[in-house]
Design a protein around this ligand. Structure first.
Ligand code: SF4
Ligand code: SF4
Length: 443
């Protein structure tokens, strides 16, 4: 080992310090690492280029170690981190922009476990505006005038999220690119090592915007496409020409190597053409994804429910897409029902903090208290975090539990009781069961 060679942290990592210990997500290795107190101290010193000899001196001084002991500890630490690609040799380390944080399933599963067990909002969604150029029939936002988080408020939220240990920041709207400072917000978050995802209708993504997003190493952009047929898509968005602009935006992104998910909310009005989105997505170099059910609006209005698939349509959709959307769930009844309010969090453009996007139970407002204070002290969050599946009325003993996604958020929003069943999830579980077993349920 050359003890004087400069070393540095790999750029494509996020480090968060939880209870004094470093938790590192390494996106290229698709793995997480947890360091003890000594390792965390050494890792922090590697933010700027440093040699093994330099680390040895700092370790000896910080922990009062004899030189030989500090040398042995440092060399072992450096060798392991070089082998795993967490540390890199500085001269080879000159990326032109920010490398992309690729969010793999194993990595997300690791982070989710940390989030649920330690109440860390590892994945947080922030609605930076409720303004939108489209007027989608199924939109869950309630009319409440134009509301935006200011740039200062948004940066304050990002600072708090960094401190709370958040890894993945999702920016949503409204349409996020109606704001002039969206790229500045993304840059601010990337400078703080967040993996950033964007939800957008794609209508305002120019070649220049896409180029800057690529340079900023955005993880993923989710763009809504409801059908490859412009008539159907534009009828849903109630905006002529919207599909054409969305497609142009997706092309601008995929041509620059940005990962795009083409998300199709499946409704009665696009059921016939929903599979055309898969073909279109493939042509555009995007990954198709189906989302359902349409939820009530955040103010509880069920006006959107008219768009939901009825019983037979749901069965038809499940049968057609069995491999992609039908599955069973392996759970213990002493587990929390989901990660809302423990591993995930949602902040709307009015500053209200919710356990998740479909669970609009206000737990506080960032205009009246700091997010980190709300996260640690909200009575609503405290109560929900104690809930286990066995505490749920009906669901805890339901025979369809292994076939049900469960959603306390929709139970709360649509059925008025977060501890009770969600009627739409009962419906979906029955259909899922019927497709997977070939049997109708007795329920
Ligand atoms: S199950 Fe429902 S409430 Fe829980 S995180 Fe998922 S969407 Fe939110
Ligand atoms: S939501 Fe309905 S189907 Fe799902 S576990 Fe609860 S009662 Fe059963």
């Amino acid at each position: 080992m050359d003890r004087h060679e400069p070393l540095c942290q790999h750029l494509n990592v996020t480090t968060r310090f939880l209870n004094g210990e470093a938790l590192i997500a390494h996106y290229d290795a698709e793995a997480t690492y947890r360091l003890n107190e000594v390792g965390s101290f050494l890792w922090e010193q590697c933010l700027a280029p440093v040699s093994t000899a330099g680390l040895t001196a700092q370790l000896a001084e910080r922990f009062g170690l004899a030189r030989e002991q500090a040398e042995a500890d440092t060399e072992g630490f450096v060798s392991e981190l070089l082998e795993d690609g967490l540390l890199v040799r500085e001269p080879a380390f000159a990326p032109p922009g920010y490398p992309r944080a690729r969010l793999s399933t194993p990595l997300w599963n690791d982070l989710e476990k940390v989030g649920i067990s330690q109440y860390v909002p590892v994945n947080t969604e922030v609605e930076i505006t409720n303004r939108c150029n489209l007027s989608c029939q199924h939109c869950y936002l309630a009319p409440r005038g134009r509301v935006v988080l200011t740039g200062d408020e948004t940066r304050g939220v990002i600072d708090d999220l960094e401190e709370l240990g958040c890894f993945i920041l999702t920016l949503t709207g409204g349409e996020i690119f109606l704001r002039r400072d969206t790229l500045d917000i993304v840059r601010y978050a990337r400078d703080r090592q967040f993996a950033v995802e964007l939800l957008t209708n794609g209508n305002y993504i120019s070649a220049e915007t896409a180029q800057e997003l690529a340079r900023l190493g955005i993880s993923r952009v989710q763009v809504s496409i409801y059908s490859a047929d412009p008539e159907v898509h534009d009828r849903i968005t109630r905006t002529r020409g919207s599909l054409e602009r969305t497609i142009a935006g997706v092309k601008a992104l995929t041509e620059r190597g940005i990962k795009v998910v083409a998300a199709c909310v499946v409704m009665s009005i696009n059921l016939e053409t929903h599979r055309s989105v898969e073909i279109l997505a493939e042509e555009l170099g995007a990954q198709p994804s189906f989302a359902y059910p349409v939820s009530a609006k955040v103010d509880g209005s069920k006006e959107t429910h008219r768009l939901r698939l009825d019983h037979e349509q749901l069965y038809q959709f499940h049968s057609l897409n069995r491999q992609k959307v039908c599955r069973t769930f392996d759970r213990r009844t002493d587990e929390p029902p989901c990660h809302a309010g423990s591993a995930v969090c949602f902040i709307n453009s009015n500053g209200d903090v919710y356990p998740c996007v479909v669970f609009p139970m206000s737990c506080g407002n960032i205009r009246r208290a700091e997010l980190k204070h709300i996260w640690h002290s909200s009575p609503q969050l405290g109560t929900f975090r104690q809930v286990r599946i066995k505490d749920l009325r009906v669901c805890g003993e339901c025979e369809l539990l292994p076939y049900c996604r469960l959603c306390p958020g929709l139970s709360w929003l649509e059925d008025g009781d977060m501890l009770g069943p969600s009627s739409i999830h009962c419906e979906m579980a029955r259909s899922n069961y019927r497709v997977l077993t070939g049997q109708p349920t007795g329920q």
